[in-house]
Design a binder for this molecule. Structure first.
Ligand code: BG6
Length: 476
């Protein structure tokens, strides 16, 4: 719908930016920090790309980085706390003072500079200590260990941190065994991943309730990877397939966070395959009263889905069209993800679709009527540092401009978006593709195998976003 008059952004809108611990901090074995699944996963790929040992060296340069955030005009900054810096193995009796010290300093500096800290409790980095001891989230013990970690950081930082995020993209974690540290025979994989996923839902629920108890003026939500999905054609089965992908990949998770129980179709799907997790009768109590205050959404792009009848030839014939078959869900009577010819993509295949952003926000808000925090949204590309220190990331500026325009229209539609935290503030170690795939508004001069001086440079997108923030989204 086009409107004649477009409402502006609310005065107190939180213009922010995002990162996560293992992707920026480095110092992976410093000051008592334990290793995490993210560290191990990255180190396994160290022959082909950078690992997490130094990343962007933010651990040592956070003051310089916060000065840049201030210059950018950020009102909020989303970062993650590394569980293994607080409890190196994940379940010690007392927290690691040096790890606590680092986050205290970081948070104090943010507050001093008028930047609202938004802390994620877990972003892909499960402590290896509890993975080695009892299988991490595969065991129910992890639920209490996570709750104790959450309680500890609420008590330590809750006087200054009022916005909390529980687990980043747990759905993705539960699809990638390495992210949760799962090693088991192939035939047990799907069932174990579902058990892990369930324990993360319980851990999330406990963390929400504890936050409400310990930080009465605090707000907390999950972080869901929401990919909005279009039908590949007007064929009714394709329309249903598109809905199925959204339901299975994103809305089932949001439903569980919101209602505290598995939706019927999802339960049936898991039961039919013999992979429904073990639940305890008392779990209902854990879920009760754990409704989040807002939905944190990582929104990057859209996909298109087509009905798939399960005959393998169909898949082979369409080979060039199938860009990702959803592992485990690519079953007879389900769907495949196909290329959307109407949209351009990053060189890694992620579509460019600002209108899809508005569409997705509407769908999500109508479903839960919960305020939305955009926890990630961004464009990846290889950037070039020019001799004069400039970086002309034109496409990223365009991505920001057109997505912010559509976010403004969403707000005008009545969708309650209260914070926008594009991915990423500074270049990060991409979770799957190393340093070459850059997202930041600040360039870090390092390569996969050459650390150089890790000097920071402001990209054109930095100046663009600075103007947007200064005008509260009026100058786009
Ligand atoms: C999100 C993650 O899924 O996508 C980030 O929360 C990640 O950690 C981002 O970096 C982009 O993905 P990638 O694989 O390009 O780094």
């Amino acid at each position: 719908m086009d409107f004649k008059y477009i409402d502006g952004f609310p005065k107190d809108f939180l213009w922010g930016a995002s990162t996560s611990a293992f992707q920026v901090e480095g110092a992976w074995d410093k000051d008592g920090k334990g290793l995490t699944t993210a560290d191990i996963r990255c180190s396994k790929k160290k022959d082909i790309q950078a690992d997490a040992s130094v990343a962007m060296d933010h651990y040592h340069r956070y003051e310089e980085d916060i000065a840049l955030m201030k210059e950018l005009g950020l009102k909020s900054y989303r970062f993650s706390i590394c569980w293994a810096r607080i409890f190196p193995k994940g379940n010690e009796k007392y927290p690691n003072e040096k790890g606590v010290g680092f986050y205290n300093n970081l948070i104090n500096k943010l507050v001093e500079n008028g930047i609202e800290p938004i802390a994620t409790l877990l972003h892909f980095d499960v402590p290896m200590g509890i993975v080695n001891e009892y299988g991490g989230f595969l065991s129910r013990k992890s639920v209490d260990d996570f709750a104790r970690y959450a309680e500890t950081v609420y008590r330590l930082f809750g006087d200054r941190v009022k916005y909390w995020l529980t687990i980043n993209e747990q759905g993705c974690m539960a699809m990638l065994p390495e992210l949760v540290g799962l090693e088991c025979p192939k035939e047990d994989m799907a069932k174990n991943l579902q058990q892990i996923n369930y324990h993360m839902y319980l851990a999330h629920a406990k963390a929400v309730k504890l936050c409400h108890e310990i930080i009465p003026d605090g707000k907390i939500g999950p972080v869901v990877a929401y990919v909005t999905v279009y039908p590949a054609s007007m064929e009714p089965k394709d329309v249903l397939a598109a809905k199925d992908v959204e339901d299975y990949m994103s809305f089932s998770a949001m439903d569980i966070y919101y209602y505290g129980e598995y939706p019927k179709y999802y339960e049936k799907y898991l039961k039919e395959r013999g992979i429904f997790p073990v639940m305890h009768p008392e779990d209902k109590e854990i879920f009760k009263g754990s409704r989040p205050d807002f939905m944190g959404l990582n929104w990057y792009c859209t996909m298109a889905a087509k009905y798939y009848d399960g005959k393998s030839e169909a898949k082979v014939k369409n080979k060039d069209k199938v860009i990702a078959a959803t592992e485990g869900l690519n079953v007879p009577g389900a769907f495949v993800i196909v290329k959307n010819d109407k949209l351009e993509t990053t060189q890694w295949g992620w579509t460019y679709d600002p209108v899809g952003f508005r569409y997705g926000m509407k769908k999500c808000y109508e479903r839960y009527r919960l305020p939305i925090m955009i926890t990630e949204n961004g464009w990846s590309q290889e950037d070039t540092l020019e001799e004069d220190g400039s970086i002309h990331d034109e496409m990223r500026c365009k991505y920001l401009k057109e997505h912010i325009e559509q976010m403004k229209l969403s707000i005008n539609d009545g969708v309650e978006i209260f914070s926008y935290n594009p991915w990423s503030f500074i270049d990060v170690l991409s979770s799957s593709d190393g340093i070459g795939k850059r997202y930041g508004m600040v360039y870090v001069d390092r390569e996969d195998f050459n650390l150089k001086e890790l000097k920071r440079y402001k990209k054109d997108s930095f100046y663009y976003y600075q103007k947007v923030i200064a005008s509260n989204g009026e100058e786009l």
